[in-house]
Design a protein around this ligand. Sequence first.
Ligand code: NAD
Length: 312
Amino acid sequence: MRIVVTGGAGFIGSHIVDRLVEEGHEVVVVDNLSSGRREFVNKSAEFHVRDLKEREWGVGIRGDVVFHFAANPEVRISTTEPSVHFNENVLATFNVLEWARQTGVRTVVFASSSTVYGDAQVLPTPEEEPLRPISVYGAAKAAGEIMCGTYARLYGIRCLAIRYANIVGPRLRHGVIYDFIMKLKKNPNVLEVLGDGTQRKSYLYIKDAVDATLLAWRKFEELGEPFLALNVGNVDAVRVLDIAQIVAEVLGLKPEIKLIPTTPDGRGWPGDVKYMTLSINKLLKLTGWKPAMTSAEAVRKTAEELAGELWR
Ligand code: NAD
């Protein structure tokens, strides 16, 4: 099968590409290298440097299926630069759907996020909970899902939206583990932690995330529904302060931990969801998938691997 992966030079996208290539698919990567790296792109994939914000980005590119993983994933910049999320995440997704409609793509797999739920009333949060994002990033993902669903019902392009928890592993270049390592590289004696440190979220190792995504996609291809949203996350969660501890331990450091208050209720930044765990029962029922690693194990393994990549 010919599969286009947008964001295939980024963290999750490049691991998806590796697996699709391994499985014998013809893979086409589209990425503008804004945060992705050329060296992360599998050598067996066809690679196009294109910007999805351009209406004509897809000229000459064809695929049966598209994994739309390109985005700006930095939730934090929602606070100061909301237009980035509109352009990189809403406009780009619209342009991908238009290309899919015009070129006859059969299925879109859209990388959505747990942030679509905002401060969920139910934890672990099932897919049926209302979408009430509290960041522009989350709003952009919710908008992307609604557009995908509409294109599915209106134009017959089937769409699977995967609502990822925090995904971690080698090649990760954003998020709390990466930030802690980079801060400690600058100053090994002090580690600043944004918020009150009690933020508690679910972390899933990249191999688990890729397994879950591909199982979900294959199952979705057998189903009749035009649109389906599925959570992909871990069954447990870990506190930010514990992540700080794990990262320091892995690096062999004993920094002073400094809590930096940013909101009155102890969030890492305005729009930060403080407690997040997703229910994975729907995916479990559909595919039998369960994560192999806990959140804490995923964080530790990632800290070790990123230390190898970044601690030079
Ligand atoms: P990433 O930044 O590593 O990858 C995103 C890729 O998209 C990069 O290679 C970047 O260069 C590319 N890109 C960005 N804007 C583009 C544009 N306009 N045109 C072409 N390419 C563009 O991020 P990631 O962590 O791999 O995230 C992948 C997807 O999963 C994103 O959609 C993200 O929102 C979503 N997601 C990630 C997580 C996570 O924990 N990593 C959690 C929930 C959802």
